[in-house]
Design a protein around this ligand. Sequence first.
Ligand code: ATP
Ligand code: MG
Length: 372
Amino acid sequence: MGDTEYHRKLGIGTSAFEALEDHLERRAYEGREYRHVPDYRRGVERGTVLIAGEVVRGFPKVPRTLVLETGVPTQFEDRVAVEEKLNGYNVRVVRLAGEQLAFTRSGMVCPFTTRVLGRLVDLEALFDENPEAMVCGEMIGPENPYTAHDYPEVDSLAFRAFDWRDRRTGEPLDVADRRERYERYGVPQTRLFGEYALEDAASEVGRIVAELDAEGREGVVLRSPDATTLLKYTTAASTRSDLAYAFSLPFDYGQAFMFRRLLREGFRTVERGEDDEDARERAHEIGEAILLSMREAIRTVEDGGSIGERHTVRASHETIEALLEHLREQGLTLEIKADRREDGDRVLTFCKRVQSSNDKIRNYLEGHVVQE
Ligand code: ATP
Ligand code: MG
């Protein structure tokens, strides 16, 4: 297909498409070439894919509010649906030429997710009846190659749908229809807490988030009933676990990542009207998340070890080989920590090497002085 067709399908002019083309990343999956939009560009969602004449839209960026009471009314007009925000990795599944493909947030085909998906959810009937559907959801659980977060209800890996969109336009189904359809097709979904009137939404979310926080869960995503407006709000537990993770690899996470998370807690303590004692308690918990994880990282290097992002995956031998190849193709250096068989599956634990944190911590331990 010529590019003239792509610009029409994307709904942009030829010159806008030409400008976009310079930023497209070209890749192949099992001999099929495709191009994707790897970062934020005006007009076209990050993660949008052009493949075999077809367009697969990216998943939109979800704005966040730091203050519920004032932030919620700026986004919504009437009713607000509140669903759980799960901490895993985003995946969009579509069926192209009879084959289901799972795309990551930035628009790469993930060979691991594409292969394991069939074990977790049966989407055949859904795609038979809705060939243009884009099933959007989160892959959660401890055994995956990208984000390990534990959920008591997930042993290894699970899929939870949170959106149903048209893959060509990105248009979502409204919340009620989406929930009803996924239910009908037997697709597991993220939890719906309820739909609230705008004037009650902030306080209801405050209550729900307090419960999620106590369980160490991530937060909520609010939607207008037509699912076109989204807003996220997360728990203090999620902030702390992000900070602990980032400071366990202190020179590999952008400082902006840490700073944004600290701000969340500043606004939270004010919105909640905490007294000195509660604010101190919050400060203490944040401090522990930062310092204890950093101490562990520095000690590991001091003892001659190395730090990195550790993941465990469980799948067929072939799936794991495809994953390793995919990660190495992206320039990652992997260290295999354990590789065993269990119930016919291969269970692999590996570390993604992070260079900066290891080098810098070692240098500082050896007495390198800081020019600042
Ligand atoms: P974003 O660019 O969307 O802000 P991010 O990488 O900063 O992405 P997050 O802070 O995790 O990500 O928030 C958005 C992501 O949350 C979505 O991309 C999606 O993968 C995930 N998510 C989990 N649960 C839901 C849900 N119920 N509704 C929407 N997104 C959800
Ligand atoms: Mg996330």
